[in-house]
Design a protein around this ligand. Structure first.
Ligand code: BES
Ligand code: MN
Ligand code: ZN
Length: 493
């Protein structure tokens, strides 16, 4: 990962970035409206700041967040001057600036960024996360286009004062990168056992994190019928990962559940070819909850977290479960599996029922790439959030927003519940009355027992993937959920 260093003075940098913002006051007073430099930037050699101030209008810079102008200064130092728009100067503006700088300076090896003397902690956090997140490339597919940028010096008046902020940003970015790596990994490598081994490797040097991985025989002995049914068609058997962060003094116990389908063919209800193409990403929920838990442990957040990841490959074979089969979940609720492509909810149902019966947490959160309907309703950047608990929903939405992700609260209409009725089982797994993401959420809620008011579900099928580079997202897996969850867990501490 890019090394970010807080320093108190620039050391004759080769490439120097200077923040600019829109000059609203100037516009109001009938001025040019060109971008201006913030007050309180550290003095630089060779009148570089005066040059930057003159350049902004000359380059028609607006100061909009994420806009970068590169100015060449041949035979002088710095040789490149980058004007970076920070917009309103809030965390989101600085995040956009950091991401844009990582891209604009991708061919530099070293970049220095000067910040105003009174810069807020949120600005440093945003800038750092933007830089780190946007310089991510997946190790296999994009090795050729790896950025040259390895070191960034951030000039502030009091480096020690921002050390914690930078650490939080680094942990958040490192864990988002982990979730992206896991999700980008092809399914020829990534079977349930492989995913469990990655978690094992991540906790190897952390005796304070407890891990249990259930294998198929244990799943059978304990009655995890949903996980076994979905995993039954694959040559690679299913697993259930249970990861526990149990710090001393924790007052709240959160269970995080993530959908871990390592490839989703649709099963016997096979997907059409275009819809199947990217189904290696169908474990992005699992990746997000594991990475968030590791991040919480790295930051030593004083909140207990048990993370459950049901892992299975939804394959097609003679041993695959069939549409119309009746399966018995952990705890005894039965489902008529109307469509084998509605597999995520079947494995999540087991994990939710297990959490309610055995772990009895204060709060129960699940993340899942559950339905294509998420993108139909909300487009490609926004998760669909469901909960009967207004306060919990508001808290998660606020944390997700502050972290730079997006989610929208969706309804759980009482009069849709009847669509879950089956004649041969307790529940019909895939009703076809439309509102696919909503009906999936209503189905999951049936497994939350007496924790119904303490449960929250996010369908993150859409924002789990970026079709191209965009801001701090690099093409491919986005690691969606890691940032929002970590923020929210931080507020419980
Ligand atoms: N993994 C898919 C959902 C998905 C679709 C994730 C597109 C990411 C992008 C899920 O298992 C699925 O197939 N859902 C079905 C549900 C239907 C059969 C009720 C869907 O969305 O079509
Ligand atoms: Mn499916
Ligand atoms: Zn799926």
């Amino acid at each position: 990962m890019l090394a970010i260093r807080l320093v108190s003075g620039p050391e004759r940098p080769d490439a120097l970035a200077v923040p600019i913002h829109p000059a609203r006051a100037a516009e109001a007073e009938g001025g040019t409206g060109a971008a201006t430099l913030p007050a309180g930037l550290p003095a630089l050699d060779d009148d570089v700041l005066a040059e930057a101030a003159a350049l902004a209008p000359a380059a028609r810079a607006t100061g909009r967040a994420g806009e970068v102008h590169v100015h060449l200064r041949p035979a002088r130092t710095p040789g490149r001057l980058l004007l970076a728009g920070v917009g309103d100067g809030d965390e989101a503006g600085w995040r956009a600036a950091g991401a844009a700088l990582a891209r604009a300076a991708a061919s530099e090896t070293h970049l220095t960024i000067v910040l105003p003397g009174d810069v807020a902690a949120g600005a440093v956090r945003g800038l750092t996360e933007g830089l780190l997140l946007a310089s991510y490339r997946f190790r296999v597919t994009e090795a050729g286009d790896r950025p040259a940028l390895t070191d960034v010096d951030v000039v502030v008046t009091d480096p020690a004062g921002f050390a914690d902020v930078v650490t939080a940003a680094e942990v958040t970015a490192r864990m988002t990168h982990l979730a992206r790596d896991l999700t980008n990994t092809p399914s020829s490598v990534k079977n349930p056992q492989w995913f469990a081994e990655q978690v094992e490797a991540a906790v190897a040097d952390r005796p304070d994190l407890h891990l249990r991985v259930r294998e198929p025989d244990e799943l059978a002995a304990e009655g995890f019928g949903g996980i076994l049914a979905v995993g039954g068609g694959s040559a690679s058997g299913p697993r259930l990962v249970e990861l526990d962060w149990r710090p001393a003094g924790a007052r709240t116990h959160v269970v995080l559940v993530g959908k871990g389908i390592t490839f989703d063919t649709g099963g016997i209800s096979i997907k059409p070819r275009a819809a199947m193409k990217l189904m290696r990403k169908d474990m992005a929920g699992a990746a997000a909850v594991v990475a968030a838990t590791l991040g919480a442990a790295a930051l030593r957040l004083p909140v207990r977290i048990t993370t459950l990841v049901p892992l299975a490959e939804n394959a097609i074979s003679g041993s695959a479960f069939r549409p119309g089969d009746v399966i018995t979940h952990y705890g005894g609720i039965t489902s008529e599996t109307t469509n084998s492509d509605a597999e995520g909810r079947l494995v999540l149902a087991d994990a939710l029922a297990y959490a309610v019966a055995e772990l009895k947490p204060d709060l129960l959160i699940d993340l899942a790439t559950l339905t294509g309907a998420n993108a139909v309703a909300l487009g490609k950047r926004t998760g669909a959030l469901y909960s009967d608990n207004d306060e919990l929903a508001a808290d998660l939405l606020a944390a997700i927003d502050a972290a730079g992700e997006a989610a929208w609260r969706m309804p759980l209409p009482a009069d849709y519940v009847e669509h879950l009725g089956s004649e041969v089982a307790d529940l019909y797994s895939a009703p076809s009355q439309g509102a696919g993401s909503v009906l999936a959420a209503l189905y999951l809620r049936e497994f939350t027992g007496d924790l119904r008011q303490r449960w929250l579900h996010i369908d993150m099928s859409a924002p789990s993937w970026a079709d191209g580079d965009a801001g701090e997202l690099s093409r491919g897996a986005t690691g969606w959920g890691v940032r929002g969850l970590l923020r929210w867990l931080g507020t419980l501490a």
